[in-house]
Write a protein that binds this ligand. Structure first.
Ligand code: FES
Length: 368
């Protein structure tokens, strides 16, 4: 029976579109569209990106793999053809999801990839289409789409169809405003179940945190990189499980990029000179050889910039995105004054330990 269903041509495309329509309808009836501040550019980018991915980029990558495979490795075509479906599904999905975890994580840690992924985080609202919001080149370089091509060439197409259906359902649901896990966290009987579930698959609470603007708004943009399974975040030390949702989404320093610049970078650049997508844009070094004294209030949180590129020193403005640097959250235990480090050499960051004086002495020695 399952084999017959999997024989339906383009089944995965129908099911993914069906999942999008389902989440779209639920979001609409839940009032999402009425409250939404999304622009036409947002819709064009997300829907356009979805259709370009399904009809151009994905088929192109599979075509390339078949051309190269038939030429270089013809003996491996249909290599997986006789595999048990469950074994083929596990083989395809686990490697696919691990590749995507590392690709996604790299897109947060390396500047060029960040520019291709940045638009995904510029969305100030979650929604069923947000998962498709990336530059075209981001998808062309995506290793797991090439992996899909390879597994198809090896004869694992049915495993891919089944895997894509499961995976896209998880990904669309984790980006949606339909927070199906929220009532589970609040119910003492269902809470243990969702706690187990979030340790296996990506839930909305887990992924929404990744889209939160910063730790100050309950987000964790430098964690929770997983796509279908949360196991990779747990294995590689980037998982943060908390049962609340961020209060704010998007980037700390939003810019005015057209959908064309966001989708077609680096072919099209942004006209906003403050954007990382603008021609020649580079983050400035904003470190200073002196501390900033700030009056802090008991219980208030402060996000200290560790990378030395924020334009709001000593605090983080999101300029660390696209690098391995992360800001440090400080919560004041009492009212008072705190000397925050600006040279970013302090061993007691976020607090000044006078490392800047050593730096100043060295500069003075050189001058004299
Ligand atoms: Fe965030 Fe520097 S801007 S750590």
């Amino acid at each position: 029976m399952l084999q017959k269903i999997l024989d339906i041509k383009h089944l995965d495309v129908y099911v993914v579109i069906g999942t999008l329509v389902l989440f779209g309808l639920v979001e609409t009836f839940a009032g999402f569209l009425k409250k939404s501040r999304r622009t036409s550019g947002d819709w064009i980018q997300e829907a356009g990106s979805f259709f370009a991915l399904s009809t151009l980029i994905h088929p192109f990558i599979v075509w390339v793999i078949f051309q190269v495979g038939n030429y270089a490795l013809p003996g491996y075509a249909q290599w997986m053809g006789n595999w048990n479906l469950i074994a083929a599904l596990a083989f395809y999905l686990l490697i696919d999801d691990m590749l995507q975890y590392w690709y996604h994580r790299s897109a947060h840690e390396y500047p060029f990839l960040w520019k291709l992924h940045r638009t995904h985080h510029q969305a100030e609202e979650m929604g069923y289409f947000v998962s498709y919001r990336n530059a075209a080149l981001y998808y062309l370089l995506m290793p797991n789409i090439w992996w899909i091509g390879l597994v198809t060439f090896w004869g694992g197409a049915k495993a891919i169809i089944l895997g894509l259906i499961f995976k896209q359902a998880v990904i669309i649901s984790s980006h949606s405003t339909v927070k199906w896990d929220k009532p589970m966290y609040e119910n003492r009987w269902l809470r243990p179940l969702v706690k187990i579930l979030e340790r296996v698959i990506i839930t909305p609470a887990f992924h929404h945190k990744h889209h939160g603007t910063s730790k100050l708004e309950g987000g964790e943009p430098n964690h929770n990189f997983g796509n279908m399974f949360s196991i990779w975040d747990q294995v590689f030390g980037t998982a943060i499980f908390r049962d609340h949702f961020p209060t704010k989404y998007g980037l700390p320093r939003p810019t005015q990029d057209t959908w064309a610049a966001a989708y077609l970078y680096p072919l099209v650049k942004s006209k906003d000179e403050n954007s990382e997508l603008a021609p020649g844009y580079a983050h400035r070094d904003t470190t200073l050889p002196e501390a900033t004294t700030v009056s802090v209030k008991k219980g208030e949180q402060y996000l200290w910039c560790a990378c030395g590129k924020s334009q709001s020193q000593p605090f983080c403005d999101g300029a660390h995105h696209g690098s391995k640097q992360k800001p440090i959250l400080f919560e004041a235990k009492r009212d008072g004054k705190v000397k925050f480090c600006n040279c970013k050499l302090s061993k007691k960051g976020p607090f000044c330990d006078n490392s800047h004086e050593v730096l100043l002495e060295k500069v003075e020695e050189k001058v004299s």
